[in-house]
Write a protein that binds this ligand. Sequence first.
Ligand code: PBG
Ligand code: ZN
Length: 323
Amino acid sequence: MFTRFRRKRLNPVLRDLLQETHLTVNDFIYPLFIRSGEGVKNEVGSMPGVFQMSVDEIIKECETLKSLGIYSILLFGIPDVKDSVGSDAMCEHGIIASSIRAIKEAHPDMFVVTDLCFCEYTDHGHCGVLDPVLETVDNDITLGNLAKQALVHAKAGADMIAPSGMMDGMITAIREGLDAGGFSHIPIMSYSTKFASAYYGPFRDVAESAPSFGDRRSYQMNPANRKEAILESLADEAEGADILMVKPALAYLDIVRDIKESSSLPLAIYNVSGEYSMLKMAAKAGVIDYERVMMETMIGFKRAGADIIISYHAKEVAELINK
Ligand code: PBG
Ligand code: ZN
């Protein structure tokens, strides 16, 4: 006897008709790592398929992305020189500003989002200017620098700014800076609820941004806190964020659902480096059906409430969607 549920699962056409959650190529933002040079394309051991690239290679990569239907990228810069404040990030000729200009010139139709933080640019690897006594990031001095960095990105042609440093008041500071500089039309996607996570390990190899001492627990969130996770995102909404984010994704899908229900703003999730590497390594070991596990993971993000998925899998997912 086929009853209530199973009679609707018998026919594949009906199964498709009844599918509640759908993935499209429009859901994705693809992260890219830029360093200086020409013809540089270094694969990073901990993230198979992810490269540090020079801008000429990034421009070629954008061609591939567009052919797959992906028109949004999230840029991270790896500067030649790091210092105590992360000057390269605030310089109009720095790695990120010069790359944005070149990418937008070659691909005006590409939507260029920039990660706004200092950990790739400081010699100590922390996400801002250090307070010498507390030996952690000084919140308010860093806010001024974030506003400067945002303006440098916007002037270079960035389409959206994504601050990831978890400083208190960062959205207000960046919004005021952008508005005063004539960039009130540039949206801010805040890494609004970002946890101090071990899942960022492989990213720090790619971005060369591991802290040289200590950790990020005085600015990123405690993974155990649910109420605080909601408050963090609501605070960024109140400060004027245009899009909220939960990061990492997989171990935090309850938080994704909580924030989706607490705010009407669009919500992004960041399917981070460690989550990507786990699937890649499991596939290499021959223990999972990689494509199926990847697609199941992506649909889980959307079902939980994500509107935007930032993922290193984006190209592979697009290939499957387009098939
Ligand atoms: C910079 C930043 C990080 C990630 C995105 N932006 C690293 C960190 O906070 O240490 C992590 C992304 C990933 O793991 O894929 N603050
Ligand atoms: Zn950072």
